[in-house]
Each structure stands twice: as C-alpha cells, then as structure tokens.
Design a protein around this ligand. Structure first.
Ligand code: B1M
Length: 693
C-alpha cells in the first residue's frame, strides 16, 4: 500500500485488491479452506485498509462442479463475501440465485464444502486450519461427492426445478419469491385436490408469508421484496375468495389502525396495513388525523382485538398519550400498538402506557407490528406479552441522565460565530411561487440512502453495490426505474420562497418588509444549554452600513394527490407501487428542498464549487445551512404558523393541520441562513427530541 500510495501517489480509493479465489471442489488439497481464507482476507482488508476496494472472480470457487451446483455454491460464497465487505464481484448475475430463496438443504451442502465442515462420520475440528492433512482431504472429498451426487442430472433452469417442487412448496414459493407467474394455475390444481380455499390460505400460502417474515428479520429480505410477496399473497387470496363461503374468513384477528389527531403521516401506517392484512389480519384503516372519539366509535363498531396508532412527530407521540387516556375513560382495555418515526420505546413505556393502564406495545417497524399481533393472538404467548407491555408506573424506562450541568439560558451570541463576515446582498425580496416540473433533475437530488435504504430497505451502500453489479441492487434499481416511469406524470412539485430582511434580537430574529422599521414577524429560538452555546439567531449578522442581513424561507411539496393514488394502488393490491409512490413523493419533496436550497445559494451570490458532489450536498458541505421547524435546532413546530403568515404556502396547496403538520404529507419547510459558520445543533434539552437521528 505504501508503495502505491506514497511512491506512485495512487489514491487508496483507486486501488482494488483481489485476494484471489481458489477452487474448493477440485480435490486439490492445496486449496482446501481457501474459501474461508478469502472471506477472512476481505474482512481484514475492510478492517485495516478501509479505503481500498476489493474484487473477486467468484465463480472460480466452484470450478469442477456440475453447473447447477455451481449456481448454488457461487451464490452462497458471494453472500458471505459480501457480508465480509466485498465491493466488486465478477460473476454471471444470470447464474446466481437469491440467497434467501436457496433451499436450506442446498445452502448447507454449499456451506459445508466451502468451510470444510467435518461431517459426523469424520470427527475433526470445525476450523479447517486445525484439521490434520488427512482429515482435511477426507472431509473435502466427502463434500465434493455429496454435492455432486445431490446435483447430478439437475438442470439449471429454474422452471424445471420449481415445477419439480411439491405443490405446497410451490405455492409457498410464489409468496417467497413475490411472483404470480403460475400461481393461479397451481391454486386451481390445489383446489382440484379438494382442498378448501381457506385451508390453502392458512396452509402453504401463510407458510410462505411466515417464511418471508423470518427472512426479513434475518436481514435476508428487504421491504421492497416483502411488498412483492404481499402482492402475490393478495393475488392468491383474491383468486380464492370467489370459491369461499361468505362465512369463511381467513382472519387471525382484527385491528383498527389510524394516524392520530393532527397528523397526516400515511406511509408508515399503510405499510403496516399491507403487512398485517396479507398475514391474515383484518385491518380497519381509519386514515389520518383521527381524533379519539372517532377511534372509540370504531372500537364499539368493529370490536377489534387491538388498536394501532401511528404518527410521525413528537407532537403525535404526545397526542397518543391523550388518546390512550381517552380510551381508558371510555372503558377500552384491548392492547394498543404504537409506532412512528419520532416515537421511542422509552416514551411509550414512560408516557403512553401509564396513561392507558393496559398493554401498550411499541412497534419499531411494520414487521414488529406483525410479530406483536401474532403473539397477542396466540393464547400461549398472550399472557407474557400483555404483562411485558402493561407499565403502570411512569418512568419505568430509565430516563437518560445528561451529564452536562444545565446552564442558565443566555442570549449572548456564541463566540463560535464570526460577525466580521460581509453580508451578501439578497438577490430579490419579492415572494417566488413556482411549479417545479423537472422531475428527473429533482430526482438526482434524492439521497439514495433514504429512498433505497430507509424506505425500500436496501442494506449497504446502494450506489456502490449497484455499480458493482450486486443482483439485489440491480433488481431494486429496475423496480424503481419502472416506478419513476409510472410516477412521472403523477407527481406535481411546487415551491414558494422569499428572502426577508432580518435582525438578531437576543435569541430571536425579527423579519422586516424591505426597509421597514417594525418587524412583520419574530421567531424566538432556544439556545444550546451550555456555556457559549449556539442559537439560530447568532447566524444573523449585525447590519453593515445600514444594510441588514437576510433570512430566506421556503416550503416545497410533492404530495398533491399522492394519497388518493396510493389508496387506489393499495386497493388493487399493487403494494410495491403503493409504498414506492409515497416514498418517491416524500423523497422528491426532500430532493426539491435540496434543489431549491442550492438555487437560493446561487441567487444569494455564493454558488457551490463546480466540483461539489451530491454526496457533499447531502452532508451539507456548502455555505450556510437550512433548518426545519421540528428538528433539534428549532424544535417548536408551532413556529410553522409564522411561515404560513409570511409565505402563504396554501397558495401551493400546502395546509397546516391543528397538529402543525403540513398537508400533503410530502412537504418540507425550512429557514435558510447564509452564515458560513452555520452548524447543526440541539437547542433545547428536551430529551425526547434528542433521540432523533
Ligand atoms: Co421528517 N421528521 N419532517 N420527514 N423525518 C422526522 C420524523 C424527525 C424525527 C427528524 C428529526 O428531527 N431528526 C422530525 C420530527 C421531530 C419532531 O417531532 N419534532 C421531523 C420533522 C420535524 C419533519 C418536518 C416537520 C420538517 C419540516 O419540514 N419543518 C416535516 C413534516 C412534514 C409534514 O408536516 N407533512 C418533515 C418531513 C419529512 C419528509 C416528508 C421529508 C419525510 C417523510 C416523512 C414521512 O415518513 N411521512 C421525512 C422523513 C423521511 C423523516 C425521517 C428521516 C424518517 C421517517 C421515516 O422513516 N418515514 C425522520 C427521522 C427519523 O426517524 N430518523 C423524520 C418512513 C415511514 C415508513 O417510517 O413513519 O417510522 P415510519 O413508520 C414505520 C414505523 O414507525 C412503524 O412501522 C412503519 C413501517 O415500518 N409504525 C407502526 C408506524 N406506525 C405504526 C403503527 C403500528 C405499528 C407500527 O400499529 C400497529
């Protein structure tokens, strides 16, 4: 490395190391254990020289085996290499299998060969390095024979293979693979065997969904794949329902689901509905902004086994406390499940559960919601989960003790913020209202980690793995490209923004009409509870030669009509499109915020350097910063009203709810500061906000 980097000045990230792959099935004893050493080498390289890349010619590992065996051995070897940090894989993606869908028996055969695991009949150390040469060779020979025997005469074509599977396994596989090809014919085949539709649903189909749940929790399936499995399940149930008696229900239980009062958050709740309803639960989805009385009414009407509350913001978590107390007063005692981005288990145990007095279960994601429902509806597991989630004493969950002694609130400008910075003149002071039709450009401002990782569940560095041909990344990218094609005519993006003259007044900022003496609005901000702590007002420079500094404010939205479209798609069982469209709209709004902020920097006279990368923009490596109400530096959401008074975002179709949320959901508001010393910080010591990433 030193030679390459120092003597020849090659950048570490431009160095690709290939730790070599040795064939493990040729019987050549020199190569036995080679697979373990290659995986170990990847791990050590990732650990000791993290910037370089690694590459492997994967398929060399299975040289000498029957073609169908090579597919499995290559796929299993690639899986472990990727987990160890492999960046580049030279392999024929066509001849690779989804690790998750390789039958366990085949997986174990491949793993035993790769790791030279001693079979019962050849007692030896598990680690090939501690085996005697005789043991090593005997074990290797044993596995080569076993795997060759198992795959002899097998063809590679999936079709033949799947068709060979017993019918029940085929039916479960359609769900597991998230494919509908051949599903209906096989369902009719199963019905022709005289099996009742309900038994088919509760049998092989549910077995498929249960396996999907297990693989998701084992990080072998991602959200996007789970949605495709749910689509196959929906298609199967839709087909079988026509042959079922009305009385026949596949219901494992019923849940009333809603986003709480004042909150417009939909995407999380809908994902929960899709997962629960395709795992046998009846879901009564009441929608968004649902007050307690409507929920209590639904409880009386539907007699559910549980109620699910969803919300995006801390304000919604606080609304859940009030809702739970209303349930108690109404005599409701069924379990409540709660979830939402700003909610935590601590808040659930310390605040919501004591207000209710019965079981309140925190669900960090939709699959956890499913696991909880399964436990609640299983008589053998119910007592334990009820007991574990019935916390009557506030503070049952330890509150983190922040070490730093709280300092008295000051309004002194932090010395970390320079004032000898020339004020850049504002380019214009009139309000700007725009449609932003250039979706493709906006989509280049979407942070792939958010869209592919957070919303669609991809694990790892999506962009990097896509570039190296990772099959899962390629599949997902194709799905999202289709999604974008279908969404392009549907997503409408609008923006409103304006520069305001601004003056600092202690921890407040006064905003003025041009050259006015009296402020038209004042925002009050918190200051970091420490010595020389920061406050957003510090970034407003004192007037220079009578010229005031400025603050830009904007609201953007990409959510017009998205909820209705998603409801339609959900009703049609197009679950990937349902979630994908909502996720794309949300990230398009965030992308538009990034795009508009860049434009504001250009208009303000400090454009980004030409060589700035999108990744540098996602990590705000530009001059100034944008701050959104509700985030830690300005956590008070009620301040959104100030933006509505100043900007009138209702003119671009964005309304403020009583919970200070913006409707439509895919909307973002922000204050934009130009000061080069801007930084992100937590203003209040409100611990609930501090657990946000
Ligand atoms: Co922003 N946002 N956001 N946001 N956003 C948060 C929530 C925040 C915590 C970020 C932060 O401070 N670091 C913060 C809230 C803090 C607070 O409450 N004060 C925040 C803020 C302030 C805001 C805005 C107000 C900022 C602004 O513009 N001024 C604004 C509000 C939008 C509006 O009013 N319409 C806003 C906007 C947005 C986007 C639109 C850009 C976007 C989408 C929001 C959305 O999901 N609808 C967004 C995002 C993406 C986030 C973060 C980064 C991620 C949220 C997420 O994953 N959503 C979030 C920070 C964070 O969490 N790390 C943040 C995807 C959704 C599928 O997940 O909602 O968690 P989630 O649902 C999950 C689980 O919670 C669970 O299962 C679901 C599926 O797995 N679950 C249940 C949910 N409900 C359940 C019910 C159940 C069971 C499980 O019952 C059975």
């Amino acid at each position: 490395m030193d030679l390459l980097t120092t003597k020849y000045g090659i950048a570490p990230e431009d160095i690709i190391i290939d730790p070599l792959v040795f064939p493990c099935a040729t019987g050549d004893t020199n190569y036995i254990g080679g697979a373990v050493e290659t995986i170990e080498a990847l791990r050590l390289i990732r650990q000791h020289i993290p910037f370089v890349k690694t590459a492997l010619g994967v398929s060399n590992i299975s040289f000498g085996l029957p073609a169908s065996a090579r597919e499995v051995v290559n796929s299993v070897f690639l899986y472990y290499c990727t987990k160890a940090g492999l960046d580049l894989a030279i392999v024929n993606a066509e001849k690779l299998e989804r690790f998750a869908s390789i039958p366990d028996e085949e997986k174990h055969l491949a793993e035993a060969l790769l790791f030279n695991t001693p079979p019962p009949e050849i007692p030896a150390a598990q680690d090939w390095r501690e085996q005697t040469p005789e043991q090593k060779a005997a074990i290797n020979q044993h596995h080569i024979a076993k795997i060759a025997e198992f795959f002899r005469g097998r063809t590679q074509t999936k079709k033949v293979k799947a068709a060979d599977l017993p019918l029940d396994q085929r039916l479960a596989n359609y769900i597991l693979e998230g494919t509908k090809e051949g599903l209906i014919a096989d369902l009719d085949l199963k019905r022709a065997e005289g099996v009742a539709p309900l038994d088919i649903i509760n049998g092989p189909l549910m077995a498929g969904m249960a396996e999907v749940g297990r693989l998701f929790n084992a990080n072998e399936l991602i959200v996007a794949e789970v949605l495709q499995s749910a689509e196959a399940m929906k298609a199967a149930v839709n087909h079988l329902e026509q042959f079922m008696e009305k009385a026949d229900t596949a219901s494992r239980g019923k849940i009333v689901l809603a986003t709480v009062k004042g909150d417009v958050h939909d995407i999380g709740k809908n994902l929960v509905e899709i997962i629960l309803s395709n795992n046998g639960y009846q879901v009564v989805n009441l929608g968004i902004k649902i007050p307690s009385d409507q929920l209590i009414q639904a409880w009386r009407e539907h007699k559910p086994d549980a109620i699910g509350l969803s919300g995006l913001l801390v304000k919604s978590a606080q609304q859940m406390v009030l809702t739970a107390a209303d349930f108690k007063d109404a005599g409701i005692d069924i379990p409540i499940l709660v979830g939402g981005a700003a909610l935590s288990e601590r808040f659930t145990v310390n605040k919501i559960a004591p207000a209710y007095g019965e079981a309140v279960c925190y669900a960090k994601d939709a699959m956890t919601g499913l696991r909880i429902m399964n436990q609640l509806m299983d008589p053998s597991e119910r007592p334990a989960i009820l007991a574990a989630n019935t916390n009557l004493t506030p503070g049952a969950f330890a509150e983190p003790v922040s070490g730093a002694p709280l300092v008295p609130e000051s309004d002194e400008r932090s010395t970390k913020v320079r004032i000898d910075v020339p004020i850049p003149p504002a380019p214009y002071l009139e309000r700007k209202v725009r449609d932003v039709p250039q979706l493709t450009e906006l989509w280049s401002y979407i942070n792939p980690f958010m869209l592919f990782g957070r919303h669609l569940g991809y694990k790892g560095n999506f962009e990097k793995n896509l570039a190296q041909g990772d099959p899962k990344a390629i599949d997902l990218n194709n799905l999202v490209n289709d999604l974008k094609k279908r969404a392009a005519p549907l997503i409408k993006v609008k923006a409103v923004w304006q520069f305001f003259e601004a003056e600092r007044a202690g921890n407040s900022i006064n905003l003025f009409e041009p050259n006015a003496k009296t402020p038209i609005h004042t925002f009050h901000f918190g200051r970091q509870p420490r010595a020389n702590g920061l406050c957003l007002s510090d970034y407003i420079l004192p007037a220079q030669n009578g010229a005031r500094d400025h603050l830009a404010i904007f609201v953007v939205t990409a959510g017009a009509g998205v909820r209705e479209l998603a409801e339609d798609l959900k009703a049609k069982g197009e679950y990937f499109m349902t979630h994908g469209l909502q996720a794309l709209a949300i990230e398009t709004a965030e992308g538009c915020a990034e795009w508009l902020h860049r434009r504001i920097r250009e208009d303000w006279g400090f454009p980004d350097p030409a060589e700035m990368t999108m990744h540098e923009r996602f990590t705000s490596r530009y001059r100034g910063k944008r701050y959104s109400f509700g985030y830690p530096a300005c956590p008070n959401l009620d301040d959104q009203q100030g933006i509505w008074k100043l900007l009138h975002p209702e003119d671009i179709g964005v309304e403020l709810t009583e919970g200070m949320m913006m409707e439509p959901e895919a909307s973002v508001s922000a204050l934009v500061f130009q000061h080069p010393d801007c930084a992100y910080f937590t203003a209040s010591d409100d611990r609930e906000l501090q657990n946000q990433d």
